[in-house]
Design a binder for this molecule. Structure first.
Ligand code: DAV
Length: 376
């Protein structure tokens, strides 16, 4: 496995390339969309994965049958056999990526069993270092740390800090959205059955977002307001990127939205995968795109899904315009992709799925070979 100490610093100092007539410094961080050929990726780890303590923000997106687990076992580790099985799948995923020519980096897991506090609140532990997609957004040559809305995830970014420092030293840009306070005012426990903006558990008192609520299509970035991503968070990103990127807000039929990547998944220029339960109408700007309707998930009903729906079946990762990582058991999706001229690479990921995500969530594409384009 490639380690995070081998990032080639010398390259950043000496290599330059021409782009749109402008001389640009080479950056180890460079990713504008979800489909250009993948060169380098961060893959999460499940060490110390801990059940977060119960909080209204979790209840908003958690499957009902697991609420009791969070109420009674917060701060305790997830079942060790499940962690071990998920780790084996992650390690196998890394080998598949490397065999496809991708450089793989892993975070340094934080010990989530340790409690922490701010002047306003305390948590008995963290969550995990398994989902780099949630904690940081790569836009062009910049890594942007997300102001996450769950208290249990407040320090999750620490697992990635040594990687980010190395990318920075090698020429990448690095920023963080304002650190949220997450006082009680950040949550509306009365969200259920409410209308309009009150239907989300996260209020709008300060910017919050999870990076996984954004999907990148070159100059256009699409966001969803969710239980963890608020208007101020979307607006912060919009202004941060103003001039080069347009940030659009989309909304879907999802009563418990958290992360856009099991709902609305642009696969390649002109090709879009949608969740048929949540996407009633294709947004106008995507008119003319070929739409693939995701088949119903094949994850067995009784399979433990602690933190998400079974629609993580469509949380797939593009390695380029054709190659795509898909869970081995999702046969109808694999067939659909094949029939539309994709090259699915089936991988085992069912145990990992229990932790709330699949291939897109478990990865953060740091570098894809390609340039900034407008696709609309
Ligand atoms: O159930 O749609 C999946 C995405 C998790 N990162 C869901 C959430």
């Amino acid at each position: 496995m490639t380690t995070n100490t081998e990032i080639p610093r010398a390259v950043a100092d000496h290599e330059f390339h021409r782009s749109s007539g402008v001389l640009k410094q080479w950056s180890p961080v460079s990713s504008y969309n979800e489909w250009d050929p993948l060169e380098e990726v961060i893959v999460g780890v499940l060490d110390h994965a801990t059940i977060p303590s119960f909080h209204p923000a979790l209840e908003a997106t958690m499957p009902d049958r697991h609420v009791e687990l969070f109420k009674t076992r917060g701060g305790k580790p997830f079942p060790s056999e499940l962690i071990a099985a998920g780790q084996r799948e992650l390690d196998a995923l890394c080998r598949v990526l490397e065999a496809e020519g991708v450089i793989v980096r892993r975070p340094e897991p934080v010990d989530c069993s340790r409690g922490f506090a701010t002047p306003d609140w305390a948590e008995c532990g963290g969550l995990y270092s398994a989902m780099p997609r949630d904690v940081a957004l790569v836009v062009g040559s910049e890594i942007i740390e997300a102001p996450m809305a769950w208290r249990s995830r407040y320090f999750e970014i620490h697992a990635y800090r040594s990687l980010f420092r190395h990318y920075f030293e090698s020429g990448g840009r690095w920023a963080a959205a304002p650190r949220p306070v997450l006082s009680d005012a950040s949550y509306n426990p009365e969200y259920e059955g409410a209308e309009g903006d009150d239907r989300f558990v996260g209020t709008n008192v300060e910017p919050t977002f999870d990076a996984a609520d954004f999907v990148r299509c070159g100059r256009d970035i699409f966001a969803q307001r969710s239980h963890v991503t608020n208007h101020l968070g979307i607006e912060w990103l919009r202004r941060h990127l103003r001039g080069e990127y347009r940030v659009h807000e989309l909304s879907f039929n999802d009563p418990s939205p958290m992360h856009i990547d099991a709902t609305f998944v642009p696969l390649a220029p002109g090709k879009l995968l949608i969740n048929p339960e949540r996407v009633a109408k294709i947004p106008d700007v995507f008119r003319g795109w070929e739409v693939l309707v995701a088949p119903r998930p094949c994850i067995p009903e009784e399979h433990p899904m602690f933190m998400s729906s079974r629609w993580v079946s469509m949380n797939i990762l593009m390695l380029d315009h054709e190659r795509v990582l898909v869970e081995r058991g999702e046969k109808p999706l694999i067939e659909l992709l094949r029939s539309r001229r994709f090259t699915p690479i089936p991988c085992d990921f069912r145990h990992f799925n229990s932790f709330g995500g699949s291939f897109h969530c478990a990865t953060l594409d740091v570098r894809r070979r390609g340039e900034l384009h407008s696709y609309f």
